[in-house]
Every structure is written in C-alpha cells, then in structure tokens.
Design a protein around this ligand. Structure first.
Ligand code: ATP
Ligand code: ZN
Length: 329
C-alpha cells in the first residue's frame, strides 16, 4: 500500500488543455502524468475517477504485457481459467473479502420492482432525487482479485492432483478506490498465476516469480525494486493483520516510480496466503492435508503506465529491445 493522498489534488471533468494547442504566449502549466495520458488519448476520460477507456495503443501495450506473462509462465503447464469480472454472492461471502476489505468491494444492484415501482423510479429520476434505495443486490459481486473465482472452482473438483497445480487467471477487477492517480483505477486487469499445493511448493513458486519479475524489469528497462508489503485491511483490527502480513513476509511487490512526486507504485505482487483459502474452501492436497496457496500477478494497467512513464507516450519510439520483449513473440 502506498500513500493515496499525494496526487489527489487536481481538476476533474473536462479534457485537460493540450499543451501544443495553446496560443503562443500562454503561460505553460506543467501537465500531470494523468493529464498527459488523457491529452494523448491513451486513457479516455469518463467523468468518474478511476474509470477510463483505453486506446488501441494502450491496449496493444497491454497485449504485450499479457504475452510476456504467458511466455514467462509457460513452464508451469498451467490450466487457463477465465471468468467474467464477477462472482456469485455465495462464493464472495465464503471468501471473507468483506471481513478484510469492505471498503473496496463492489456489489452489483438491480431494479427488481413492478410497473408501479418503475413509475416511481422514473419520477425520482425526473425530479433528480436519489433512486438508489430502489435497487436490490443482484446476487453478483465484482471480482476483487483475479484469483478469487479460482479457489471455489478448484475446491469443488475434490483433492488437488499429486504435486498440486498452477492456474493461469486473468480478470478485470473492481476496487472502490476512486483516485486521480492514474495507477489507482476502479476497474483494472490482473493477470495472475495461482499455485495450490504444499507450503514448500508455494514458497518455491513465489521465489521463482520474484526472480522472474526482476529479470522482466531489466528486459523492459524499468527501475524496479522488490519489497515486502501489506494489504489495506480495514479498520483498527486491520492494522494488526497488516503488520502480521508484513512481518511474516507474506506479500512482496515489484515497485516502479510512476506517479508525479509519489512513492513507487506496486505493479506486480507475489503472495503467500498460507492455508487461508485452503481452510475457507476446504482445498485439499492429494494426501488429504489442507492445501496452501499463493499467487503471482501483474496489474496490467499499472505496468503499461510504468512503460509509458519511463519510455514516453509513443511506443514507436521506445528502445528496440523493450519493443522486442513486448511484441517480439
Ligand atoms: P496497492 O498497494 O497499490 O493498493 P495492492 O498491493 O493492494 O495495491 P494487490 O491486491 O496486490 O494490490 O493487487 C495485485 C496487483 O493489482 C497490484 O500489484 C497492482 O499491480 C494491481 N492493482 C491493485 N490495485 C489497483 C488499482 N486500484 N488500479 C490498478 N491496478 C491495481
Ligand atoms: Zn491473487
């Protein structure tokens, strides 16, 4: 977790002025990184903090990042699992996400009334009154992390195969953390490898990915640092949980400076959950013990933004070696 307030100042709504389009003599105001991304059309403003459209150029970099992850993880012989960016409410409840991060969850609601109710809803809209109390939970919740839908599905199959297994997961994820930092979005993609098995297997898997991330930083010519981290567990009790997580070195992050004047941003994370999900989902190893789990993943948008920050907004002009790593196949 990093300071969220440093770049919270700024103007929302309306396109930022394009520096080049300014009349000569107009005093120049330095663009923030976010302004520059919007002005270049790489991110597209929607009027909501942390909710952006992406341009073809942005997406081609995202595709490159995904392709690298596929290459790096090929030796896992992972099972590819893709889900829409939502989970059923029952699985979401079992995951205990609301215990740790109630402030981040996104619950989907829908109108469930009759004709009369619909007329009331339209009248409220007409009068610009609040209508949100006329919505009911739809039984579907935004996926908070790409690995979350994986555990219940694997658990329902019964014990893991001998030696455990690795799943390749990718999803748009929702977190309610509206921000002016372009790296802190409400909807973004995570590409993760999820390892399920014995503690030894998970720790070896995580170490392998920490090494791979270091090499990836070098190949992409980015100034990366790996450090221990903790999650933003909610409330006073959460502070203690976060401290324990940090002390036990359960989470490492790959950090890259991206935002103006802010500490470096976590672009990848490497997590050891111990038996947390194993207990919640009754995940078992082949010999009947509670499985341990871990995941190694990249925040696709954050890595794209790190590349744009360090190599410039026009990928055609990036160092050839970086281009080859992304798109060389
Ligand atoms: P942070 O500490 O910055 O809040 P995190 O450590 O809570 O991030 P994780 O839960 O580990 O993030 O999520 C895995 C990856 O997803 C992160 O390494 C990051 O790259 C990406 N990610 C997390 N939150 C966001 C967000 N709000 N917008 C874009 N990417 C994100
Ligand atoms: Zn995960």
């Amino acid at each position: 977790m990093h300071a969220r307030t440093l770049t919270e100042a700024g103007t929302m709504g309306g396109a930022m002025p394009d520096v080049d389009a300014r009349a000569p003599g107009t005093p120049s105001v330095p663009l923030t990184f976010r302004d520059a991304l919007l002005a270049a059309g790489l991110l597209i403003e929607t009027g909501v903090r942390g909710l952006y459209g992406r341009s073809a150029t942005f997406e081609s970099i995202a595709d490159g990042v995904n392709a690298i992850m596929t290459r790096l993880g090929r030796d896992h012989d992972a099972e590819v699992l893709r889900f829409p960016p939502a989970m059923g409410q029952a699985d979401f409840e079992t995951s205990e996400y609301l215990k740790s991060f109630p402030q981040l969850a996104g619950i989907i609601h829908s109108f469930c009334g009759d004709d009369k109710g619909h007329r009331r809803l339209l009248a409220r809209l007409e009068d610009k009154e609040d209508w949100s109390d006329m919505q009911r939970p739809a039984g579907v919740v935004f996926t908070p992390a790409a690995c979350y839908p994986v555990y219940p599905v694997i658990a329902r199959r019964g014990p893991l195969p001998e030696g455990g297994k690795v799943v390749d997961a990718m999803s748009y994820c929702y977190r309610h953390e509206p921000s002016l930092e372009p790296t802190r979005m409400q909807l973004f993609r995570q590409r993760e490898y999820v390892c399920l098995g014995t503690p030894e297997r998970i720790l070896a898997f995580r170490q392998l990915w920490i090494e791979r991330a270091r090499q990836l930083g070098e190949a992409l010519q980015l100034p990366v640092k790996i450090d221990v981290a903790n999650d933003p567990f909610f409330g006073r009790g959460g502070k203690i949980v976060a401290e324990c997580q940090r002390e036990a070195k359960l989470k490492f992050e790959l950090l890259i400076p991206v935002n103006d004047g802010a500490p470096p941003t976590a672009c990848m994370s490497f997590n050891y959950h111990m038996d947390h999900f194993g207990v919640l989902w009754n995940l078992r190893t082949a010999d009947g013990n509670t499985a341990h789990t871990g995941c190694a993943g990249v925040g696709i948008e954050r890595l794209v933004l790190a590349l744009l920050r360090h190599h410039g907004l026009d990928p055609a002009r990036w160092p050839q070696a970086v281009r080859d790593t992304l798109w060389g196949g």
